[in-house]
Design a protein around this ligand. Structure first.
Ligand SMILES: Nc1ncnc2c1ncn2[C@@H]1O[C@H](COP(=O)(O)OP(=O)(O)OP(=O)(O)O)[C@@H](O)[C@H]1O
Ligand SMILES: [Mg+2]
Length: 306
């Protein structure tokens, strides 16, 4: 492993009784980058993260973090990693500050340091006024932010965030994005999962999309959009036979999403939108930029997961 690599996962495999949750995935996270794991519900994201942190043992595979083996060196790895779990596992009987102080105790931080860091981190995530509240008195979004603060208590080199912004309002989400950006600038390596494609596109240097425990795409967000969707998407509704015949004759890539027809425009063909909106779909025809959400839906399908 070279020095630029913080996480090296090779053929990670996890089976729970009858369920294969992660089916042989390999990836690397480089020092200082933000790496995303995307995938539909049940794809295996949290299971992967639990293995990374030594929470759930791998069934097979090789996993090195900071060039240390998770099977033997999980204590060292945990002391250098910050984790924000998908569930809000705060102690409801302790105040916000006490939650942080108790957690700092796991890393043997002296009391004064713990108090100082807690105060600084509460400010960092905009909760400095709520230090004496108990978790049940906080909103869901505040709890998520508190968990992010807690994950930073041990001044980690690697920050692992399992859906850090789920349930956050746009204001809090933007604050968290800003903070993650600041942490990256300071050299922190971040591995995160998210269901928000805008978040992944903004934050991630590279990402993988997993489905049914397999990696189905890997790359930089913009490259993935270009590769799997193209430049723009034309959305039309209602769809007439003439339009379908036209797009088939032209060999265009398209897809139905309920009643709407999505036509993917790659480079060139500048007149396509004009042609379609004038000749076939005058009522409701929209042109928009292709996004990571288009990639995600194209690759993982539009069916609901369990
Ligand atoms: N402790 C467990 N025991 C048995 N099966 C489990 C356990 N944890 C997860 N699974 C199963 O493993 C698969 C992957 O679950 P996982 O929680 O990793 O998905 P996820 O990608 O994080 O999904 P979500 O987006 O809903 O959080 C699912 O089929 C799930 O039911
Ligand atoms: Mg999950």
């Amino acid at each position: 492993m070279n020095n630029g690599c913080v996480v090296e996962a090779l053929n990670l495999y996890k089976k729970y009784a009858e369920t294969v949750a992660v089916d042989g995935i390999s990836f690397m996270v480089n020092r200082g980058e933000i790496f995303g794991i995307l995938g539909p519900n049940g794809a295996g994201k949290t299971t992967t993260i639990k293995m990374l942190y030594g929470f759930s043992p791998m069934t097979s595979g090789t996993l090195k973090i900071f060039d240390l083996d998770i099977r033997t060196d999980w204590r060292d790895i945990r002391s250098r990693t910050g984790i924000c779990h998908q569930d809000n596992n705060l102690d409801p009987d302790l105040t916000v500050k006490e939650n942080l102080h108790v957690f700092a105790g796991y890393f043997a931080l002296p009391r004064r340091d713990a108090a100082e860091r807690s105060e600084r981190l509460l400010k960092f995530i905009g909760l400095e006024q709520r230090g004496d509240s108990k978790p049940p008195e906080l909103s869901g979004g505040m709890m998520r932010r508190l968990i992010l603060a807690r994950a930073l208590l041990n001044d980690p080199e690697l920050l692992v965030l399992d859906e850090p912004t789920t349930g956050l309002d746009p204001q809090s989400r933007h604050l968290v994005w800003e903070r993650i950006g600041e942490l990256k600038k300071k050299g922190l390596t971040v591995l995160l999962t998210t269901h928000y494609m805008e978040e992944a596109a903004r934050l991630c240097d590279r990402l993988i999309i997993i489905d049914h425990g397999h990696i189905i795409a890997e790359g930089r967000p913009a490259e993935l959009v270009k590769e799997h969707v193209g430049h723009e998407v034309i959305e039309c509704s209602p769809v007439c036979e003439e339009l379908l015949t036209f797009i088939k004759q032209r060999g265009l890539e398209y897809e139905m999403s309920g009643e709407r027809l999505l036509i993917y425009r790659r480079e060139g063909d500048e007149q396509l939108f004009h042609e379609i909106s004038h000749n076939y779909c005058r009522e409701d025809c929209m042109l928009r930029t292709a996004t990571l959400e288009d990639v995600f839906l194209r690759l993982t399908g539009r069916q609901l997961r369990e």
